[in-house]
Design a protein around this ligand. Structure first.
Ligand SMILES: Nc1ncnc2c1ncn2[C@@H]1O[C@H](COP(=O)(O)OP(=O)(O)OP(=O)(O)O)[C@@H](O)[C@H]1O
Length: 270
């Protein structure tokens, strides 16, 4: 028997601020399999971040259902790790102590931390080494570049082995070279840890490099318009981004998003 999808969003509507407020999502449905890496792309303002808030339980849907790991989401999810565009590291804490943070708040770790601190620190140091931050653990965030801070944020999002990793434009603030380095860092972390990932991004190359499947949203009120599987082996490399397959895929996605945006302009014109 086929396993039930890990994330199931079924006919979700989301309107902010009650009747008459902004309708962000209209009848949006999608599923994500366990350990799958999915990217969500779409025109600006189409409801991508809203979708993330619903999956993580930060906001309730106006109607429809959101089920994660077989359970209706009705409160903030403790099984999710998250990272956002601006690394939200605490400036007064060292990099190591920032990465330790989930162990201080997520059970069963919090209860064990006092006794097992050394082994928890060892796990953090190993993960920091995996993303190329060995030697920076005692520094404060402001002593690191933006790209290094984002590496540390990814470690913090993953350190407690969350089953679900939610990434909202995690690399958007970085220059293109640093961003592409971090694609490989993230791919590597995912291949080692295998969380289920939902990545929201504006960068279609990023989506195609990282995801198993790409979901394209309509303009607001958003829903999934089409999806594309990415048939590239792992680990993916920069060379693959120069292949006709990759470039055609990105072109195809861009075409859909352009058409969604034009549809929106037409709707406004009438
Ligand atoms: N807290 C809120 N209160 C009221 N309206 C909101 C709120 N958050 C988002 N919206 C509105 O809902 C719509 C969808 O917003 P959302 O941030 O989900 O889109 P997005 O696709 O993530 O946008 P972008 O691509 O620009 O980051 C927008 O019109 C936005 O103005």
């Amino acid at each position: 028997m086929k396993e039930r999808p890990f994330v199931e969003i079924d006919r979700v509507w989301m309107r902010y601020n009650g009747t008459g407020g902004t309708l962000a999502l209209r009848n949006a449905s999608l599923t994500v399999e366990r350990e799958e890496f999915v990217a969500v792309v779409g025109p600006s303002g189409c409801g991508k971040s809203t979708l993330m808030r619903l999956v993580t339980g930060l906001w309730p849907a106006s109607s429809g259902s959101v089920i994660v790991a077989g359970k209706e989401v009705d409160r903030p999810l403790s099984i999710a790790g998250m990272a956002f565009q601006n690394p939200t590291l605490l400036p007064w804490r060292s990099i190591l102590n920032n990465v330790m943070l989930p162990f201080e708040v997520v059970e069963p770790h919090a209860g064990r931390l006092r006794r097992d601190r050394a082994s928890y620190e060892k796990q953090c140091l190993e993960l920091l080494e995996l993303v190329g931050l060995k030697g920076f653990e005692a520094k404060n965030p402001w002593q690191l570049s933006g790209g290094m801070q984002q590496r540390a944020s990814l470690c913090r999002a993953l350190i407690h082995q969350p089953q679900l990793l939610m990434l909202d434009e995690p690399f958007a603030a970085l220059d293109v070279f640093t961003r592409e380095d971090l694609w490989s860092v993230l791919q590597n972390l995912w291949m080692v840890r295998k969380p289920t990932v939902i990545l929201v991004t504006h960068d279609l190359r990023e989506a195609a490099f990282l995801a198993d499947r790409i979901l394209v949203m309509t303009s607001r009120p958003g829903r999934i318009m089409i999806e594309r599987k990415v048939e590239l082996p792992r680990p993916r490399t920069t060379e693959m981004t120069y292949t006709p397959y990759f470039q055609d895929l990105v072109q195809d996605l861009r075409g859909h998003i352009d058409r969604a945006r034009q549809g929106e302009e037409m709707a406004h014109a009438h």
